[in-house]
Design a protein around this ligand. Sequence first.
Ligand code: HEC
Ligand code: HEC
Length: 373
Amino acid sequence: MKKHFLYSLFIGFALLTTACNNSATDGYSEVSYYTFTDGELERPTGYRTWVYVGTPTTPNDMNNGKAPFPEFHNVYIDPVSYDAWKETGQWREGTILIKELVSVDSKAAASGNGYFMGNFIGLEATIKSKELFPNEPGNWAYFSFTNPGSNQLKNTAKAFATNQCNSCHDASAQDDFVFTQYYPVLREAKNIGKGVNPENSAKRQSSGNGSGMTSEGSEWDPTAPTPSDAGVDIPLEKEALFAYLNEGSYRDFATQEKEKHPSLGPHTKIGLPVKVYMNDAIANSLAENKQQHPKGSIIVKEMFDESGTLSGWAVMAKTHDDTDSGKGWFWYEVTSTTDANSIAAMGNGVTGCITCHNIGNRDMVRTSYPFQN
Ligand code: HEC
Ligand code: HEC
């Protein structure tokens, strides 16, 4: 046993010192688990034999049918970066993490009710490289090979723009853009020392909240009252707003995209078409780079399904001049064009919408403006 252990250490040492540099993490940088061709990441292979770090689950049925990344996320890290993490507690140049998406299949088993893995449905990756991504915060870039509406992954992927993925990781992840708070394998390995296998320790913790995170009530409930005389030119009551959207007069707003664009957010699935309309109040305010948009600002976003048919709307309307951490915005999303009750969220200060929209400093607005098309 011991011999074998020393032997692997030796091999590891020989391999890893080929690039002998000054900092501890740099020594690992020669070994790479990915390939770029013409600036695009080739679909990583062999990752199911890397180090498995955890499986966060964001099932659609706990996210109003619209989890941005359904459902199970099996996360893997390349083995050399895992070793570097154990030794230094840092992500080496060239770290790659894979997130393989798996559907929820059965919800009952001999062991009880729950969520059980079905099929592989998507593949995402993130890479840290100063050399390749000198301008990305933390030098992390994000990729997706998932192909909505197809059962084939893409063969290559371009890095997403910073605000699409990196910013949220920057804001919320525990260890340099990686969500180690949800990966016990990485939490236990941090700085433990090269060659040590933390799983061999007999120590176990009492069940519960290792990540220090708390579970709260519904993120999709409003946290502030919606004023009835908001001074907004659209109705803010459920049935009336739904009727207004169906009737379609927002299509007269002067500022609108000429064409649909593939959604970068979770509205419908990432990649499905959306089209954005803005009234003058918000368009002028964005043009003037205002940090807070005026009361009366309205944005309507049409969402379409795979076949290009309208499938619902997302709406943001400013009911107060003061943003008040998102409570000054009215948030609404409906996932049907025939049923006014299919709402994902409705009201002022919906946490589930805000946590994602408060990225950047454009007062909760995420779409690029001026529009790309
Ligand atoms: C709103 C915040 C948010 C956005 C935006 C976001 N992520 Fe994440 N990401 C998370 C969270 C939270 C986790 C960990 C828990 C989980 O997987 O649900 C995670 C985990 C990951 C992981 C596993 C490694 C890690 O860093 O923990 C990858 C890979 C990943 N995301 C890729 C992407 C890609 C690609 C995009 C852009 C299309 C993206 N993410 C956008 C919140 C976000
Ligand atoms: C996981 C992150 C995320 C969550 C959660 C989220 N959004 Fe978005 N939203 C985005 C991104 C990213 C864009 C810009 C997407 C694009 O242009 O393709 C966007 C765009 C929008 C737009 C068009 C105007 C704008 O800000 O760009 C509206 C309206 C909107 N979202 C409403 C909502 C509502 C209502 C909710 C809650 C039910 C919500 N969003 C939840 C990420 C999110």
